[in-house]
Design a protein around this ligand. Structure first.
Ligand code: MSP
Length: 518
Protein backbone atom coordinates (compact mmCIF):
# COMPACT_ATOMS: atom_id res chain seq x y z
CA UNK A 1 0.00 0.00 0.00
CA UNK A 2 1.45 3.33 -0.94
CA UNK A 3 1.12 6.38 1.24
CA UNK A 4 -0.47 8.77 -1.21
CA UNK A 5 0.94 10.69 -4.13
CA UNK A 6 3.49 13.45 -4.43
CA UNK A 7 3.64 15.58 -7.56
CA UNK A 8 6.72 17.77 -7.56
CA UNK A 9 7.81 20.27 -10.21
CA UNK A 10 10.79 22.51 -10.98
CA UNK A 11 10.59 25.57 -13.23
CA UNK A 12 11.05 24.75 -16.88
CA UNK A 13 14.28 26.47 -17.85
CA UNK A 14 14.74 28.71 -20.87
CA UNK A 15 16.63 26.80 -23.44
CA UNK A 16 18.62 29.75 -24.74
CA UNK A 17 21.99 28.56 -23.45
CA UNK A 18 23.62 25.61 -21.73
CA UNK A 19 22.44 24.65 -18.25
CA UNK A 20 24.36 26.37 -15.46
CA UNK A 21 24.72 25.78 -11.76
CA UNK A 22 21.63 27.89 -11.00
CA UNK A 23 19.44 25.44 -12.91
CA UNK A 24 21.27 22.53 -11.29
CA UNK A 25 20.64 24.03 -7.86
CA UNK A 26 16.84 23.84 -8.08
CA UNK A 27 16.90 20.54 -9.92
CA UNK A 28 19.21 18.79 -7.45
CA UNK A 29 17.18 20.06 -4.49
CA UNK A 30 14.02 18.79 -6.16
CA UNK A 31 15.71 15.46 -6.75
CA UNK A 32 16.55 15.15 -3.04
CA UNK A 33 12.91 15.74 -2.19
CA UNK A 34 11.66 13.32 -4.84
CA UNK A 35 13.94 10.58 -3.52
CA UNK A 36 12.93 11.35 0.05
CA UNK A 37 9.24 11.03 -0.78
CA UNK A 38 9.86 7.76 -2.59
CA UNK A 39 11.54 6.53 0.59
CA UNK A 40 8.36 7.50 2.42
CA UNK A 41 6.62 5.04 0.15
CA UNK A 42 4.65 7.69 -1.72
CA UNK A 43 3.90 7.55 -5.41
CA UNK A 44 6.11 10.31 -6.72
CA UNK A 45 5.91 12.15 -10.00
CA UNK A 46 8.89 14.42 -10.40
CA UNK A 47 8.73 16.78 -13.36
CA UNK A 48 11.30 19.05 -14.89
CA UNK A 49 11.69 20.36 -18.42
CA UNK A 50 12.31 23.23 -20.77
CA UNK A 51 10.70 26.48 -21.79
CA UNK A 52 11.43 26.59 -25.49
CA UNK A 53 9.33 29.37 -27.02
CA UNK A 54 9.50 33.15 -26.89
CA UNK A 55 11.63 35.99 -28.15
CA UNK A 56 14.63 35.19 -26.00
CA UNK A 57 15.00 31.67 -27.37
CA UNK A 58 14.24 32.76 -30.93
CA UNK A 59 16.88 35.49 -30.79
CA UNK A 60 19.48 33.12 -29.35
CA UNK A 61 18.78 30.70 -32.20
CA UNK A 62 19.18 33.53 -34.72
CA UNK A 63 22.46 34.51 -33.12
CA UNK A 64 23.67 30.94 -33.39
CA UNK A 65 22.57 30.94 -37.04
CA UNK A 66 20.18 28.07 -36.43
CA UNK A 67 16.58 27.26 -37.04
CA UNK A 68 14.86 27.60 -33.62
CA UNK A 69 13.66 24.01 -33.51
CA UNK A 70 17.08 22.67 -34.37
CA UNK A 71 18.60 25.03 -31.80
CA UNK A 72 16.32 23.94 -28.96
CA UNK A 73 16.65 20.26 -29.86
CA UNK A 74 20.41 20.47 -29.48
CA UNK A 75 20.25 22.30 -26.17
CA UNK A 76 17.50 20.05 -24.83
CA UNK A 77 19.78 17.08 -25.40
CA UNK A 78 22.46 18.86 -23.37
CA UNK A 79 20.05 19.44 -20.50
CA UNK A 80 18.97 15.82 -20.46
CA UNK A 81 22.60 14.75 -20.60
CA UNK A 82 23.55 16.91 -17.62
CA UNK A 83 20.56 15.79 -15.56
CA UNK A 84 21.48 12.24 -16.29
CA UNK A 85 25.09 12.81 -15.28
CA UNK A 86 23.85 14.39 -12.04
CA UNK A 87 21.64 11.35 -11.32
CA UNK A 88 18.45 13.39 -11.45
CA UNK A 89 15.58 10.94 -11.07
CA UNK A 90 12.88 12.93 -12.86
CA UNK A 91 9.91 10.88 -14.04
CA UNK A 92 9.28 13.07 -17.05
CA UNK A 93 10.89 15.83 -19.06
CA UNK A 94 8.46 18.28 -20.63
CA UNK A 95 9.45 20.40 -23.58
CA UNK A 96 7.07 23.15 -24.62
CA UNK A 97 7.68 22.48 -28.32
CA UNK A 98 6.40 18.91 -27.88
CA UNK A 99 3.15 17.85 -29.48
CA UNK A 100 1.54 16.94 -26.14
CA UNK A 101 2.29 20.33 -24.62
CA UNK A 102 1.06 22.27 -27.64
CA UNK A 103 -2.14 20.25 -27.79
CA UNK A 104 -2.88 20.66 -24.09
CA UNK A 105 -1.91 24.34 -24.05
CA UNK A 106 -4.20 25.13 -27.00
CA UNK A 107 -7.10 23.51 -25.17
CA UNK A 108 -6.33 25.53 -22.06
CA UNK A 109 -6.06 28.74 -24.06
CA UNK A 110 -9.38 28.02 -25.74
CA UNK A 111 -10.95 27.42 -22.35
CA UNK A 112 -9.71 30.78 -21.09
CA UNK A 113 -11.14 32.48 -24.15
CA UNK A 114 -14.48 30.68 -24.02
CA UNK A 115 -14.80 31.45 -20.34
CA UNK A 116 -14.58 35.15 -21.21
CA UNK A 117 -11.32 35.71 -19.35
CA UNK A 118 -9.42 37.17 -22.30
CA UNK A 119 -10.15 40.51 -23.94
CA UNK A 120 -8.47 42.42 -26.75
CA UNK A 121 -6.66 45.65 -26.01
CA UNK A 122 -4.24 48.00 -27.78
CA UNK A 123 -1.18 48.15 -25.67
CA UNK A 124 2.07 49.99 -25.60
CA UNK A 125 4.76 48.94 -23.19
CA UNK A 126 8.44 48.35 -22.50
CA UNK A 127 9.37 44.73 -23.06
CA UNK A 128 12.52 43.16 -21.64
CA UNK A 129 13.46 40.12 -23.70
CA UNK A 130 15.80 38.83 -20.96
CA UNK A 131 12.89 38.77 -18.48
CA UNK A 132 10.31 37.94 -21.14
CA UNK A 133 7.98 40.49 -19.58
CA UNK A 134 6.74 44.06 -19.79
CA UNK A 135 8.41 46.41 -17.35
CA UNK A 136 7.05 49.67 -16.02
CA UNK A 137 9.04 52.90 -15.78
CA UNK A 138 9.22 52.23 -12.04
CA UNK A 139 11.11 48.96 -12.64
CA UNK A 140 13.90 50.64 -14.61
CA UNK A 141 17.23 51.88 -13.33
CA UNK A 142 18.70 54.57 -15.55
CA UNK A 143 16.34 53.49 -18.30
CA UNK A 144 17.54 49.89 -18.17
CA UNK A 145 16.28 46.58 -16.82
CA UNK A 146 18.18 46.17 -13.54
CA UNK A 147 18.54 42.41 -14.04
CA UNK A 148 19.76 42.37 -17.61
CA UNK A 149 21.25 45.86 -17.90
CA UNK A 150 19.61 46.27 -21.27
CA UNK A 151 17.15 48.86 -22.55
CA UNK A 152 13.68 47.35 -22.92
CA UNK A 153 12.02 47.57 -26.35
CA UNK A 154 9.02 49.83 -26.79
CA UNK A 155 6.30 47.64 -28.19
CA UNK A 156 2.86 48.66 -29.27
CA UNK A 157 0.44 45.99 -30.40
CA UNK A 158 -3.03 44.58 -29.99
CA UNK A 159 -3.01 41.71 -27.52
CA UNK A 160 -5.37 39.52 -25.59
CA UNK A 161 -5.31 40.46 -21.95
CA UNK A 162 -6.08 38.16 -19.07
CA UNK A 163 -8.58 39.47 -16.51
CA UNK A 164 -6.24 39.11 -13.58
CA UNK A 165 -8.22 41.68 -11.61
CA UNK A 166 -11.23 39.37 -11.39
CA UNK A 167 -9.23 36.86 -9.35
CA UNK A 168 -6.93 38.94 -7.18
CA UNK A 169 -9.07 39.07 -4.02
CA UNK A 170 -9.56 35.30 -4.09
CA UNK A 171 -5.89 34.55 -4.77
CA UNK A 172 -4.88 36.86 -1.95
CA UNK A 173 -7.31 35.19 0.43
CA UNK A 174 -6.04 31.69 -0.41
CA UNK A 175 -2.47 32.76 0.22
CA UNK A 176 -3.33 34.58 3.41
CA UNK A 177 -5.27 31.66 4.82
CA UNK A 178 -2.52 29.23 3.86
CA UNK A 179 -4.80 27.19 1.64
CA UNK A 180 -2.20 27.97 -0.99
CA UNK A 181 0.99 27.72 1.00
CA UNK A 182 3.81 30.03 -0.07
CA UNK A 183 7.10 29.29 1.56
CA UNK A 184 9.37 30.38 3.16
CA UNK A 185 7.28 32.76 5.23
CA UNK A 186 9.25 35.85 4.10
CA UNK A 187 8.26 35.03 0.53
CA UNK A 188 4.64 34.75 1.53
CA UNK A 189 4.81 38.22 3.06
CA UNK A 190 6.56 39.56 -0.01
CA UNK A 191 3.82 38.16 -2.24
CA UNK A 192 1.07 39.59 -0.02
CA UNK A 193 2.85 42.95 -0.31
CA UNK A 194 2.63 42.78 -4.11
CA UNK A 195 -1.15 42.88 -3.95
CA UNK A 196 -0.98 46.26 -2.25
CA UNK A 197 1.27 47.75 -4.91
CA UNK A 198 -1.42 47.23 -7.54
CA UNK A 199 -1.38 44.46 -10.10
CA UNK A 200 -2.64 45.00 -13.60
CA UNK A 201 -4.18 42.62 -16.09
CA UNK A 202 -1.41 41.13 -18.18
CA UNK A 203 -1.14 40.34 -21.83
CA UNK A 204 -1.64 36.67 -22.54
CA UNK A 205 -0.61 36.81 -26.17
CA UNK A 206 1.94 38.42 -28.43
CA UNK A 207 1.86 39.60 -32.00
CA UNK A 208 4.74 39.12 -34.37
CA UNK A 209 6.76 36.84 -32.10
CA UNK A 210 6.38 33.90 -34.44
CA UNK A 211 8.07 31.35 -32.22
CA UNK A 212 5.25 30.15 -29.99
CA UNK A 213 1.90 28.43 -29.73
CA UNK A 214 -0.74 29.97 -31.97
CA UNK A 215 -3.93 30.98 -30.23
CA UNK A 216 -6.67 28.58 -31.30
CA UNK A 217 -9.13 31.48 -31.66
CA UNK A 218 -6.78 33.87 -33.48
CA UNK A 219 -3.90 32.33 -35.33
CA UNK A 220 -2.21 35.66 -35.96
CA UNK A 221 -1.10 35.74 -32.32
CA UNK A 222 0.92 33.37 -30.20
CA UNK A 223 0.44 32.73 -26.50
CA UNK A 224 2.61 34.88 -24.25
CA UNK A 225 5.51 32.61 -23.38
CA UNK A 226 4.91 32.74 -19.61
CA UNK A 227 1.25 31.79 -19.94
CA UNK A 228 1.94 28.66 -21.93
CA UNK A 229 5.07 27.86 -19.89
CA UNK A 230 3.05 27.72 -16.67
CA UNK A 231 0.65 25.38 -18.40
CA UNK A 232 3.44 22.79 -18.68
CA UNK A 233 2.64 21.68 -15.15
CA UNK A 234 -0.75 20.56 -16.47
CA UNK A 235 0.09 19.33 -19.96
CA UNK A 236 3.00 17.16 -18.77
CA UNK A 237 0.68 15.02 -16.69
CA UNK A 238 -1.84 14.73 -19.49
CA UNK A 239 -4.18 17.72 -19.53
CA UNK A 240 -6.00 17.55 -22.84
CA UNK A 241 -4.33 14.31 -23.85
CA UNK A 242 -4.58 11.66 -21.09
CA UNK A 243 -7.21 12.90 -18.65
CA UNK A 244 -7.04 9.92 -16.27
CA UNK A 245 -3.38 10.52 -15.71
CA UNK A 246 -4.03 14.21 -15.20
CA UNK A 247 -6.70 13.51 -12.60
CA UNK A 248 -4.37 11.17 -10.78
CA UNK A 249 -1.62 13.77 -10.28
CA UNK A 250 -3.14 17.24 -10.23
CA UNK A 251 -2.95 19.34 -8.03
CA UNK A 252 0.81 19.58 -7.57
CA UNK A 253 1.93 18.89 -4.03
CA UNK A 254 5.02 21.04 -4.27
CA UNK A 255 6.22 23.52 -6.87
CA UNK A 256 9.82 24.44 -6.37
CA UNK A 257 11.05 27.69 -7.93
CA UNK A 258 13.64 30.43 -7.46
CA UNK A 259 12.43 33.68 -5.91
CA UNK A 260 12.96 35.48 -9.25
CA UNK A 261 9.78 33.98 -10.64
CA UNK A 262 7.55 34.13 -7.61
CA UNK A 263 5.07 36.67 -8.96
CA UNK A 264 4.31 34.46 -11.95
CA UNK A 265 3.87 31.39 -9.79
CA UNK A 266 2.18 32.77 -6.71
CA UNK A 267 -0.17 35.28 -8.33
CA UNK A 268 -0.60 34.83 -12.08
CA UNK A 269 -0.59 31.04 -11.98
CA UNK A 270 -3.29 30.61 -9.29
CA UNK A 271 -5.41 33.21 -11.09
CA UNK A 272 -5.09 31.30 -14.37
CA UNK A 273 -5.99 28.06 -12.60
CA UNK A 274 -9.06 29.67 -11.06
CA UNK A 275 -10.16 30.87 -14.49
CA UNK A 276 -9.64 27.32 -15.77
CA UNK A 277 -11.65 25.99 -12.86
CA UNK A 278 -8.79 23.81 -11.67
CA UNK A 279 -7.53 23.29 -8.12
CA UNK A 280 -4.49 25.26 -6.98
CA UNK A 281 -1.15 23.66 -6.12
CA UNK A 282 -0.80 22.88 -2.44
CA UNK A 283 2.58 24.43 -1.86
CA UNK A 284 4.99 26.74 -3.65
CA UNK A 285 8.49 27.02 -2.25
CA UNK A 286 10.68 29.82 -3.63
CA UNK A 287 14.30 29.37 -2.71
CA UNK A 288 16.85 32.14 -2.64
CA UNK A 289 19.30 33.30 -5.26
CA UNK A 290 23.03 32.99 -5.14
CA UNK A 291 25.80 35.11 -6.51
CA UNK A 292 29.18 33.78 -7.60
CA UNK A 293 32.15 35.46 -5.94
CA UNK A 294 29.73 38.12 -4.74
CA UNK A 295 28.58 38.99 -8.22
CA UNK A 296 25.56 38.11 -10.26
CA UNK A 297 26.40 35.14 -12.44
CA UNK A 298 26.74 36.27 -16.04
CA UNK A 299 28.44 35.35 -19.26
CA UNK A 300 29.85 38.86 -19.56
CA UNK A 301 31.57 38.57 -16.20
CA UNK A 302 32.74 35.07 -17.08
CA UNK A 303 31.77 33.67 -13.68
CA UNK A 304 29.17 31.14 -14.82
CA UNK A 305 29.77 27.78 -13.16
CA UNK A 306 29.25 24.86 -15.51
CA UNK A 307 27.81 21.74 -13.83
CA UNK A 308 29.36 19.54 -16.53
CA UNK A 309 32.84 20.67 -15.52
CA UNK A 310 32.00 20.25 -11.86
CA UNK A 311 30.95 16.66 -12.50
CA UNK A 312 34.26 16.04 -14.29
CA UNK A 313 36.03 17.34 -11.21
CA UNK A 314 33.98 16.01 -8.33
CA UNK A 315 31.75 13.30 -9.78
CA UNK A 316 27.94 13.37 -9.67
CA UNK A 317 27.63 13.03 -5.91
CA UNK A 318 30.51 15.37 -5.15
CA UNK A 319 28.82 18.00 -7.30
CA UNK A 320 25.45 17.40 -5.65
CA UNK A 321 27.08 17.78 -2.26
CA UNK A 322 28.87 20.99 -3.17
CA UNK A 323 25.73 22.47 -4.68
CA UNK A 324 23.59 21.65 -1.65
CA UNK A 325 25.98 22.55 1.10
CA UNK A 326 26.80 26.18 0.33
CA UNK A 327 24.09 28.05 2.22
CA UNK A 328 20.67 27.27 3.71
CA UNK A 329 18.04 26.37 1.17
CA UNK A 330 15.50 29.17 1.00
CA UNK A 331 17.97 31.95 1.78
CA UNK A 332 20.19 33.94 -0.58
CA UNK A 333 23.85 33.07 -0.63
CA UNK A 334 27.17 33.28 -2.36
CA UNK A 335 29.16 30.52 -3.99
CA UNK A 336 32.92 30.46 -4.46
CA UNK A 337 34.21 27.77 -6.77
CA UNK A 338 37.65 28.30 -5.27
CA UNK A 339 36.40 26.68 -2.05
CA UNK A 340 34.97 23.54 -3.65
CA UNK A 341 38.19 21.58 -3.56
CA UNK A 342 38.83 22.18 0.11
CA UNK A 343 35.27 21.31 1.05
CA UNK A 344 35.30 18.17 -1.05
CA UNK A 345 38.44 17.01 0.71
CA UNK A 346 37.35 17.93 4.22
CA UNK A 347 33.74 16.77 4.25
CA UNK A 348 33.67 14.02 1.67
CA UNK A 349 37.15 12.54 1.26
CA UNK A 350 38.15 12.92 4.91
CA UNK A 351 35.02 12.69 7.04
CA UNK A 352 32.77 10.42 5.05
CA UNK A 353 35.23 8.60 2.79
CA UNK A 354 37.64 7.77 5.58
CA UNK A 355 34.90 6.63 7.91
CA UNK A 356 33.63 4.13 5.38
CA UNK A 357 37.06 2.89 4.45
CA UNK A 358 38.37 2.51 8.00
CA UNK A 359 35.32 0.56 9.20
CA UNK A 360 35.45 -1.76 6.22
CA UNK A 361 39.23 -2.11 6.45
CA UNK A 362 39.01 -3.13 10.12
CA UNK A 363 36.30 -5.66 9.33
CA UNK A 364 38.58 -7.13 6.69
CA UNK A 365 41.69 -7.01 8.83
CA UNK A 366 40.21 -8.54 11.97
CA UNK A 367 37.51 -10.83 10.58
CA UNK A 368 38.41 -11.40 6.94
CA UNK A 369 35.49 -9.15 5.99
CA UNK A 370 32.92 -11.33 7.75
CA UNK A 371 30.26 -9.27 9.52
CA UNK A 372 29.97 -10.09 13.24
CA UNK A 373 26.58 -11.68 13.87
CA UNK A 374 24.14 -10.45 16.48
CA UNK A 375 24.71 -13.76 18.31
CA UNK A 376 28.37 -12.80 18.76
CA UNK A 377 27.47 -9.71 20.70
CA UNK A 378 26.19 -11.23 23.91
CA UNK A 379 29.00 -10.02 25.98
CA UNK A 380 27.30 -9.12 29.19
CA UNK A 381 25.27 -6.31 27.55
CA UNK A 382 21.73 -6.56 26.36
CA UNK A 383 21.27 -5.88 22.69
CA UNK A 384 18.56 -3.33 23.39
CA UNK A 385 20.81 -1.45 25.73
CA UNK A 386 23.60 -1.48 23.17
CA UNK A 387 21.30 -0.09 20.54
CA UNK A 388 19.44 2.41 22.62
CA UNK A 389 22.31 4.00 24.46
CA UNK A 390 24.97 3.82 21.81
CA UNK A 391 25.91 5.13 18.44
CA UNK A 392 23.08 3.25 16.74
CA UNK A 393 20.51 4.98 18.90
CA UNK A 394 22.08 8.29 17.95
CA UNK A 395 21.80 7.23 14.30
CA UNK A 396 18.09 6.57 14.71
CA UNK A 397 17.66 10.01 16.20
CA UNK A 398 19.69 11.59 13.39
CA UNK A 399 17.42 9.83 10.92
CA UNK A 400 14.36 11.36 12.55
CA UNK A 401 15.92 14.79 12.42
CA UNK A 402 16.79 14.37 8.76
CA UNK A 403 13.21 13.42 8.11
CA UNK A 404 11.85 16.35 10.05
CA UNK A 405 14.09 18.80 8.18
CA UNK A 406 13.27 17.38 4.77
CA UNK A 407 9.59 17.55 5.62
CA UNK A 408 10.14 21.29 6.23
CA UNK A 409 12.16 21.54 2.98
CA UNK A 410 15.29 22.40 4.93
CA UNK A 411 17.49 20.51 2.53
CA UNK A 412 20.73 22.12 3.66
CA UNK A 413 20.07 21.47 7.35
CA UNK A 414 19.00 17.91 6.65
CA UNK A 415 22.29 17.23 4.88
CA UNK A 416 24.12 18.85 7.80
CA UNK A 417 22.44 16.36 10.15
CA UNK A 418 23.73 13.47 8.06
CA UNK A 419 27.25 14.89 8.09
CA UNK A 420 27.08 15.58 11.80
CA UNK A 421 26.32 11.95 12.39
CA UNK A 422 29.23 10.96 10.13
CA UNK A 423 31.55 13.01 12.36
CA UNK A 424 29.96 11.52 15.43
CA UNK A 425 30.70 7.97 14.29
CA UNK A 426 34.29 8.99 13.58
CA UNK A 427 34.56 10.25 17.16
CA UNK A 428 32.94 7.08 18.46
CA UNK A 429 35.67 5.03 16.78
CA UNK A 430 38.37 7.17 18.35
CA UNK A 431 36.79 6.74 21.76
CA UNK A 432 36.01 3.04 21.47
CA UNK A 433 39.50 2.32 20.06
CA UNK A 434 38.77 -1.03 18.41
CA UNK A 435 42.49 -1.47 17.76
CA UNK A 436 42.97 -1.75 21.51
CA UNK A 437 40.17 -4.28 21.89
CA UNK A 438 41.74 -6.24 19.04
CA UNK A 439 44.70 -6.96 21.27
CA UNK A 440 42.78 -8.29 24.24
CA UNK A 441 39.05 -8.64 23.86
CA UNK A 442 37.59 -10.12 20.71
CA UNK A 443 34.01 -9.98 21.95
CA UNK A 444 34.33 -6.27 22.57
CA UNK A 445 35.93 -5.78 19.19
CA UNK A 446 32.99 -7.51 17.53
CA UNK A 447 30.61 -5.35 19.46
CA UNK A 448 32.34 -2.14 18.38
CA UNK A 449 32.62 -3.13 14.75
CA UNK A 450 29.05 -4.32 14.59
CA UNK A 451 27.92 -0.93 15.84
CA UNK A 452 30.09 0.82 13.28
CA UNK A 453 28.72 -1.31 10.47
CA UNK A 454 25.13 -0.64 11.47
CA UNK A 455 25.99 3.06 11.67
CA UNK A 456 27.28 2.92 8.11
CA UNK A 457 24.02 1.34 7.08
CA UNK A 458 22.10 4.17 8.71
CA UNK A 459 24.37 6.69 7.00
CA UNK A 460 23.84 5.06 3.59
CA UNK A 461 20.08 5.18 4.13
CA UNK A 462 19.82 8.80 5.10
CA UNK A 463 22.45 9.89 2.61
CA UNK A 464 20.61 8.31 -0.28
CA UNK A 465 18.36 11.27 -1.21
CA UNK A 466 21.42 13.53 -1.35
CA UNK A 467 24.23 11.33 -2.69
CA UNK A 468 22.47 8.36 -4.27
CA UNK A 469 25.49 6.79 -5.95
CA UNK A 470 27.71 6.94 -2.91
CA UNK A 471 24.89 5.61 -0.74
CA UNK A 472 24.37 2.69 -3.12
CA UNK A 473 28.08 2.00 -3.13
CA UNK A 474 28.21 1.93 0.68
CA UNK A 475 25.21 -0.40 0.81
CA UNK A 476 26.82 -2.71 -1.67
CA UNK A 477 30.15 -2.76 0.17
CA UNK A 478 28.23 -3.62 3.31
CA UNK A 479 26.91 -6.63 1.45
CA UNK A 480 23.38 -5.22 1.71
CA UNK A 481 22.59 -3.58 -1.65
CA UNK A 482 18.88 -4.25 -1.21
CA UNK A 483 18.68 -1.94 1.81
CA UNK A 484 18.15 1.15 -0.34
CA UNK A 485 14.79 -0.08 -1.47
CA UNK A 486 13.68 -0.15 2.15
CA UNK A 487 11.22 2.68 2.75
CA UNK A 488 13.18 3.99 5.69
CA UNK A 489 11.42 7.31 5.90
CA UNK A 490 8.08 5.56 6.11
CA UNK A 491 9.09 3.02 8.71
CA UNK A 492 11.35 5.50 10.50
CA UNK A 493 13.26 2.63 11.99
CA UNK A 494 16.26 0.79 10.88
CA UNK A 495 16.39 -2.86 10.29
CA UNK A 496 19.60 -3.89 11.97
CA UNK A 497 20.35 -6.80 9.70
CA UNK A 498 23.55 -6.53 7.79
CA UNK A 499 25.00 -8.51 4.94
CA UNK A 500 27.38 -11.34 5.68
CA UNK A 501 30.49 -10.13 4.04
CA UNK A 502 31.83 -6.64 3.42
CA UNK A 503 34.25 -5.51 0.78
CA UNK A 504 36.58 -2.58 1.15
CA UNK A 505 36.59 -1.23 -2.41
CA UNK A 506 38.38 1.78 -3.78
CA UNK A 507 38.33 5.27 -2.33
CA UNK A 508 34.81 6.72 -2.49
CA UNK A 509 36.10 10.25 -2.98
CA UNK A 510 39.46 10.15 -4.73
CA UNK A 511 41.77 13.07 -4.06
CA UNK A 512 42.37 15.49 -6.86
CA UNK A 513 45.43 13.78 -8.31
CA UNK A 514 43.83 10.33 -8.21
CA UNK A 515 40.51 11.18 -9.77
CA UNK A 516 39.74 9.28 -12.91
CA UNK A 517 38.76 11.09 -16.05
CA UNK A 518 34.99 10.92 -16.32
N1 MSP B 1 11.46 29.75 -18.13
C1 MSP B 1 11.27 30.43 -16.91
C2 MSP B 1 10.50 29.58 -15.92
C3 MSP B 1 9.18 29.10 -16.38
S1 MSP B 1 8.42 28.05 -15.23
C4 MSP B 1 6.89 27.86 -15.79
C5 MSP B 1 12.62 30.80 -16.31
N2 MSP B 1 13.67 30.11 -16.73
S2 MSP B 1 15.19 30.31 -16.25
O1 MSP B 1 16.00 29.50 -17.12
O2 MSP B 1 15.51 31.69 -16.18
O3 MSP B 1 15.27 29.67 -14.83
C6 MSP B 1 15.03 30.40 -13.66
C7 MSP B 1 15.23 29.47 -12.48
O4 MSP B 1 16.57 28.92 -12.49
C8 MSP B 1 15.13 30.13 -11.12
O5 MSP B 1 13.80 30.29 -10.71
C9 MSP B 1 15.90 29.15 -10.28
O6 MSP B 1 15.13 28.01 -10.09
C10 MSP B 1 17.07 28.80 -11.17
N3 MSP B 1 18.20 29.72 -11.02
C11 MSP B 1 18.82 30.40 -12.02
N4 MSP B 1 19.85 31.12 -11.50
C12 MSP B 1 19.93 30.94 -10.18
C13 MSP B 1 20.71 31.49 -9.15
N5 MSP B 1 21.71 32.33 -9.39
N6 MSP B 1 20.42 31.13 -7.87
C14 MSP B 1 19.39 30.27 -7.57
N7 MSP B 1 18.62 29.76 -8.53
C15 MSP B 1 18.88 30.01 -9.84
O7 MSP B 1 12.65 31.67 -15.47
Amino acid sequence: MNEGKFYLTTPIYYVNALPHIGHAYTTVAADVLARFHRMKNEDVFFLTGLDEHGVKVRKSAEKAGKDPQEFVDELAARYEYIWDRLSISNDDFIRTTSQRHQEGARKLLAKLFEGGFLYEKEYEGLYCVGCEKFLTERDLVEGKCPDHLTKPELISEKNYFFKLGDFLPRVKEKIKSGELEILPIERKNEVLGLFDQGLEDFSASRQGVGWGIKLPFNESQVAYVWVEALMNYLTAIGYGTTESNFNMWWPADLQLIGKDIIKFHAIFWPALLMALDLPLPKKIFAHGFFTVDDQKMSKTLGNVIDPDQMIDEYGADGTRYLILSQFPFGEDGDIKASRFEEQYEADLANDLGNLVSRVLAMTERYFGGKVPGIADLKNGVSLEELIRSGIIGEGQEALWRVEEKLEELKVYWALKEVMKYVSRVNTFIEEAAPWEAAKTDEAKLKQILWQCLVSLKIIAGMLYPFLPNVAAEIASRLGAPEMLSEKIFERKEFDLNLGEQVSKGKSLFPKNNQREEA
